[in-house]
Design a protein around this ligand. Sequence first.
Ligand SMILES: [Zn+2]
Length: 153
Amino acid sequence: MSDVATLDREAIMAVLDKVPDPEIPALAITDLGIVRAILDDPPRVRISPTYTGCPATTAIEKDIRAALDAAGFTQVHVERVLFPPWTTDWITERGRQRLHDYGIAPPSASATAQCPRCGSEDTVEISRFGSTPCKAQWKCNACLEPFDRFKCH
Ligand SMILES: [Zn+2]
């Protein structure tokens, strides 16, 4: 029996931190909170996909696989778990800030969205469907700019 190598979780997290979200490249997948755990025996990264049916999910898994392979973690598997289901509550503080900086209103329980451009709360949803299925399209009545809002989930 050979010694079981200890999994370098920090190094793996550093790799995952550099994997951009396929839809919003300003965000790392770790900002979305989809990485649930890094586990031993067998070594694996456990992820919860975002929206069911979101086309980004398959792309995210492929990107994680490619990033792990490139960093030499070829023995680390990517394990997808559906429960508990991902929610927008898992988006980290850094992720929310990055969404805002990118011009997308972060998800929130409030009925109104804050305009990421001018900060006004005088906004209105103009379409349930934004640039992707995960976002709704909103418009700011103050600066008249349209913006995407991450749908609460
Ligand atoms: Zn505005």
